[in-house]
Design a protein around this ligand. Structure first.
Ligand code: UFG
Length: 347
C-alpha cells in the first residue's frame, strides 16, 4: 500500500539530501509535501526539483521551531502517512561555537513536529536523518550498528544522539509510530542531471566541495588535514556515499516501515558504501575522472578528526534490501558536473 496511497512530508526537503530524496520519492510515485524554512537553501531548488521531475511539488515555508505554525500545518495536512525529517543545522564547527543554536534548531523542531504528529492519533512512519557522528571515535572499523554510542564529539553530534533517543522513546510509548534512524556516512555527489547538488555557503568545510571549488578556481589550494595517521597512506579514511544512493535508502526505509506490522518498531541503519577511501586516494580519483590536476598541500591535522570512519552496511543490505550502486569515481564526476554547471550559470 504505497506510492499513490502514501503522502510523505519531507522536512528540509530543499536541502542537499532532502532535494535528492524528493526526486526519488517522486520517481516512486509518492505524493510529497515539502516544508523548509529556507535558512540554508533557496526557492531556486524547488524550481530545479520541479524541472527534473516535470511536476509541481507541494511546498510550504515553515519553521518547525514555531509551535503555532507547526500545529496549523499538521492539522491542515492530517492525511500524511510518513515523514522524512531532514530539517536541521549541520555544521560541526558552528555547533561548537554556538551550541544553543543547535539544541534549539535541531531538538525543539523535532519535538514540536513529533508532538503535533502524535496528536493526529494515526499511524505514522517516521525516518530520522542521523549521522555516523553518533559513534564518536569508533573503537572498531568497519562500524556496525552495535558500535557503542560514546560521548558526542560536538553539540551537532549530540543533537543527533538525542534526536535518536527522543524518537526511540516515543515509539516505545506510542504504537502509532514506527521509525528508522539512518546514520549517514559521508554524502557526496549530485543528481545526474547536475541540476541539484550541494550548495555550501561561504568556504566549504567538507572535502569534496572544497576539491571542486579548488579545481574550478574559486579556492587557491586544498589543504589535506594530516598525512601522519596510521592509515594506508597517512591521510584519513572515510566512507563516501553518492547522495542519490543515500536518497534511495530513504525509499527502502519507507518500504520497510510500511510493510512492517511490528508494533513499536524502531531501528537504526548505517548508510555508506562499506568502503574506506583516504583523502589522498580521493584526490587521485578526482584527478583521474575529471582530467584536472588538483592544487593541494599537506597541512596539520584538523581537531576532532578520527583516522578511520567507514561503515559495515550488512544490516541495511539485509533488512532494507538496499545497496549502494555508485562508485566513488561516479560520485566525484557528478560533483564536478554540478560544480561546472552552477559556475556556468553564474557567467
Ligand atoms: N579534509 C581535508 N581538507 C579539507 C576538508 C576535509 O583534508 O579541506 C579531510 C578531513 O580531515 C577528513 C575528510 O577530509 O579526513 C572528510 O572531511 P569532511 O569534513 O568532508 O567530513 P567529516 O568526515 O569530517 O564529516 C562528516 C560530515 C559531518 C559528520 C561527520 C561524522 O560532514 O556532518 O562526518 O560523521 F558529523
Amino acid at each position: 500500500m504505497k506510492n499513490s496511497m502514501s503522502k510523505i512530508l519531507v522536512t528540509g526537503g530543499l536541502g542537499y539530501i532532502g532535494s535528492h530524496t524528493v526526486v526519488e520519492l517522486h520517481n516512486q510515485g509518492y505524493e510529497i509535501i515539502i516544508v523548509d524554512d529556507l535558512s540554508n537553501t533557496s526557492l531556486d531548488v524547488l524550481k530545479r526539483i520541479n524541472k527534473i521531475t516535470n511536476s509541481s511539488i507541494n511546498y510550504v515555508n515553515l519553521d518547525l521551531k514555531n509551535v503555532e505554525a507547526t500545529k496549523i500545518f499538521i492539522s491542515e495536512n492530517n492525511d500524511i502517512d510518513g515523514v522524512i525529517h531532514f530539517a536541521a543545522s549541520k555544521a560541526v564547527g558552528e555547533s561548537v561555537d554556538n551550541p544553543l543554536k543547535y539544541y534549539i534548531n535541531n531538538i525543539s523542531s523535532l519535538t514540536n513536529l513529533l508532538n503535533e504528529l502524535k496528536d493526529l492519533n494515526k499511524k505514522i512512519n517516521f525516518i530520522f536523518s542521523s549521522s555516523a557522528t553518533v559513534y564518536g571515535k569508533p573503537i572498531n572499523v568497519p562500524i556496525t550498528e552495535l558500535e557503542p554510542i560514546k560521548n558526542a564529539e560536538s553539540p551537532y553530534g549530540n543533537t543527533k544522539q538525542i534526536g535518536e533517543e527522543i524518537i526511540r522513546d516515543l515509539v516505545n510509548s506510542n504504537s502509532n509510530f514506527k521509525a528508522i534512524s539512518l546514520r549517514y556516512f559521508n554524502p557526496i555527489g549530485a543528481h545526474l542531471s547536475a541540476m541539484i547538488g550541494e550548495l555550501p555557503i561561504g568556504v566549504p568545510q567538507n572535502l569534496v566541495p572544497y576539491i571542486t571549488q579548488t579545481a574550478i578556481g574559486i579556492r587557491k589550494e586544498l589543504t589535506v588535514f594530516g598525512n601522519d595517521y596510521l592509515t594506508i597512506d597517512g591521510s584519513c579514511l572515510r566512507d563516501y556515499i553518492h547522495v542519490v544512493d543515500l536518497a534511495k535508502a530513504h525509499i527502502k526505509s519507507l518500504d520497510k516501515l510500511i510493510s512492517n506490522d511490528d508494533k513499536n518498531y524502531y531501528d537504526t541503519f548505517n548508510i555508506g558504501t562499506g568502503k574506506g577511501t583516504s583523502v589522498l586516494e580521493l584526490i587521485k580519483s578526482f584527478e583521474n575522472v575529471t582530467g584536472n590536476k588538483l592544487n593541494f598541500k599537506i597541512g596539520d591535522r584538523r581537531k576532532g578528526d578520527v583516522a578511520e570512519c567507514f561503515a559495515d552496511v550488512s544490516k541495511a543490505n539485509k533488512f532494507l534490501n538496499w545497496n549502494s550502486e555508485f562508485s566513488v569515481e561516479d560520485s566525484l564526476l557528478s560533483s564536478w558536473n554540478w560544480e561546472k554547471n552552477i559556475n556556468n550559470e553564474k557567467l
